[in-house]
Design a protein around this ligand. Structure first.
Ligand SMILES: NC(=O)c1ccc[n+]([C@@H]2O[C@H](COP(=O)([O-])OP(=O)(O)OC[C@H]3O[C@@H](n4cnc5c(N)ncnc54)[C@H](OP(=O)(O)O)[C@@H]3O)[C@@H](O)[C@H]2O)c1
Length: 271
């Protein structure tokens, strides 16, 4: 199965909020015909109505893909609408945080190919990263198709087992919030040093955005990029001595933050 099959047989999108809209926008820009898409959402947005996709219409009998993008707590209410698509012919893809493959298998049957993915918010600007894991019924072709679909909003990586999903959630899923907080606190620290808030915020945003881009584009790893801007006894070194402190700096803080997020992800999955 590939994107041509999706265009021919159709794609059902369950839930078209922030993540569903980002994905749909990416697919349409990538050339998927709007008539190949059926969206199920109780409150269709104004944007959705302009796209030309089918909205809350009768679903096709045998779509290539059903992509689930409702909030995890809405699953019980939302999934029955897709019941008829379970059993083998349709690939299910879920972007729901903390919702295990077993949850979908119990609704649609273990013979249903299901790929669970964890995207993140930069998907809204095509700069997300999604980790993917399939159930036993998902073939390499199914995973490749799920990658093509998630690739519309950024990069993709495959996981070796579903247990890694909690760590992924804690690193890249929740990670954008950590970076937003870094921006907030860097700007606030600039204000404490006498800068106007607007100026401090402009400096902090551009610094995090630019350094992030440089880290992604550069052939050098982030540790080397850090060394490149750290002259002995200079200003950067003075700051890094604080930030790299083993007891009170980033290493310990981020380890604790990521561990708390992973623990919470495991709790949500089990409960
Ligand atoms: N946003 C992210 O960055 C992100 C990252 C990783 C994973 N995810 C996952 O993506 C999923 C969606 O998140 P989101 O941020 O896009 O949430 P969202 O903006 O609230 O979107 C959910 C959409 O589903 C609709 N919906 C509610 N009940 C439904 C039903 N019974 N049938 C069909 N549609 C229904 C909602 O409509 P109403 O608004 O009318 O209720 C809304 O449009 C979640 O499972 C989340 O874990 C999101």
């Amino acid at each position: 199965m590939n994107m041509d099959d999706v265009a021919r047989r159709g794609l059902v999108l369950l839930g078209c909020g922030k993540m569903g809209s980002a994905l749909l926008d990416g697919w349409l820009k990538g050339g998927l015909p709007p008539v190949s898409v059926w969206v199920v959402d109780p409150g269709p947005s104004d944007w959705l109505k302009t796209t030309g996709v089918h909205v809350n219409a009768d679903l096709p009998d045998d779509p290539a893909v059903a992509l689930v993008a409702v909030k995890p707590q809405m699953m019980g209410e939302a999934l029955p609408a897709m019941q008829a698509l379970g059993g083998g012919g349709t690939l299910f893809v879920s972007v729901a945080a903390g919702t295990p493959l077993a949850r979908f298998e119990s609704t649609f049957g273990a013979a249903t190919p299901i790929v669970r993915t964890m995207p993140n918010t930069p998907a809204a600007i095509g700069r997300g990263i999604s980790a993917l894991i399939g159930n036993a019924a998902a073939t390499d072709d199914h995973l490749a198709l799920a990658e093509a679909l998630m690739g519309a909003v950024g990069q993709t990586v495959r996981l070796a087992d579903e247990g890694q999903m909690d760590a992924v959630t804690a690193v890249s899923g929740s990670g954008p919030a950590y970076v937003f907080h870094l921006i907030e606190t860097l700007a606030a620290a600039g204000v404490a040093q006498g800068l106007d808030p607007d100026l401090a915020m402009a400096l902090a945003k551009a610094t995090v955005g630019g350094a992030g881009q440089l880290a992604e584009d550069s052939p050098e790893d982030p540790a080397q990029l850090r060394r490149n801007v750290t002259s002995p006894n200079g200003t950067t070194q003075a700051a890094l001595e604080v930030l790299m402190d083993a007891q009170t700096g980033f290493p310990m803080l981020l380890a604790r933050a990521v561990s708390a997020a992973a623990d919470r992800s495991r709790e949500l999955a089990h409960g």
